[in-house]
Write a protein that binds this ligand. Structure first.
Ligand SMILES: NC(=O)c1ccc[n+]([C@@H]2O[C@H](COP(=O)([O-])OP(=O)(O)OC[C@H]3O[C@@H](n4cnc5c(N)ncnc54)[C@H](OP(=O)(O)O)[C@@H]3O)[C@@H](O)[C@H]2O)c1
Length: 270
């Protein structure tokens, strides 16, 4: 079980954590306090999850063991300023803000034990993947807490170097957006062919789910799986030719690289 935790910024990802902790019964709701500027939001969280709430970040965070920072990167400086000097010296800071470096959080909060993580939105149903790193001051017990938090969000990958966090932001953090635009385009193509939207969506959703599961379970190389669908002179070969001709792989690769560069830029701006 987790000790007390304050969730600063109870938006989409903050709620994903609360939901996951409750679903997996990883903490007593009375040990969770969420802080957010919007009282209506706090009332919703109190009623839905039975947790404590506060409109003031410092009041929420002052006596807890873990401070989970899920505010937008743009407001991180303000949030840290409000916490400086009020936190317990042995507190663990766990941040999921994109592009905000550990150094900035250490300087802003005065705290040494910091975890920086990059989750993604499937965390809302416990199916996310989070890449995370920890400062040397994080104790073995605090690492245990971190793993419990990560379990509420889905799977996790630990990295030694913070550099990988920007890479993860571009690949898995932003990843759901690539998948959704790809699926949306496939559904629209199905409608163009003459399927109803409902049927096109059903076909695309299960094709994506089944293909991902099959790839994982078979353990085969992705190219081998693709070759299984590609008979000589057939329909898939024709479709793949047009994807290559349209620069599909290059566009995707450039998009992911651009997201990586942007993540680094955001870190520098911060
Ligand atoms: N969404 C993703 O896919 C994703 C993935 C990985 C990481 N992240 C990171 O997760 C963080 C949260 O993202 P999100 O999508 O959950 O954003 P979000 O839904 O906008 O949640 C942020 C919450 O923080 C509140 N807030 C604003 N200023 C605050 C302050 N000074 N103190 C306390 N709370 C404050 C916001 O209230 P108002 O709305 O009233 O301003 C909002 O409810 C970001 O740093 C993002 O980089 C997001």
């Amino acid at each position: 079980m987790l000790p007390s935790i304050a969730i600063i910024g109870a938006g989409t990802m903050g709620e994903a954590l609360i939901k996951g902790l409750m679903r997996e019964k990883l903490i007593d709701p009375a040990m969770v306090i969420a802080s957010d500027p919007w009282e209506e939001r706090l009332a919703f969280l109190r009623e839905t999850y039975g947790i404590q709430t506060a409109e003031d970040n410092a009041a929420a965070a002052q006596s807890v063991d873990i401070v989970f920072l899920s505010v937008k990167p743009q407001v991180m400086s303000t949030a840290l300023e409000g916490l400086r000097g009020v936190l317990r010296p042995d507190v663990l800071i766990f941040s999921i803000a994109a592009g905000v470096p550990v150094k900035k959080m250490r300087q802003g909060s005065g705290v040494e034990s910091i975890i920086r993580a990059m989750p993604n939105t499937p965390a809302q149903i416990g199916q996310g993947i989070t890449v995370w790193t920890a400062t040397p001051a994080v104790t073995a017990q605090q690492r245990g807490y971190a793993l419990t938090i990560l379990k509420a969000l889905g799977e996790e990958v630990y990295v030694e170097d913070e550099y990988y966090l920007d890479m993860a932001t571009a690949l898995s953090g932003t990843g759901p957006a690539y998948i959704y635009i790809f699926m949306e385009a496939m559904v629209d193509a199905g409608v163009h062919l003459g399927f109803s939207r409902h049927v096109a969506e059903k076909l695309v959703f299960q094709t994506v789910l089944g293909s991902a599961d099959y790839a994982r379970q078979s353990g085969l190389h992705l190219a081998a799986l693709r070759n299984q669908v590609t008979s000589p002179g057939g329909t898939t070969a024709e479709a793949l030719y047009h994807l290559d001709k349209g620069g599909f792989r290059t566009v995707l690769s450039r998009a992911i690289w651009a997201a990586f560069v942007r993540s680094q830029e955001l870190g520098r701006e911060e």
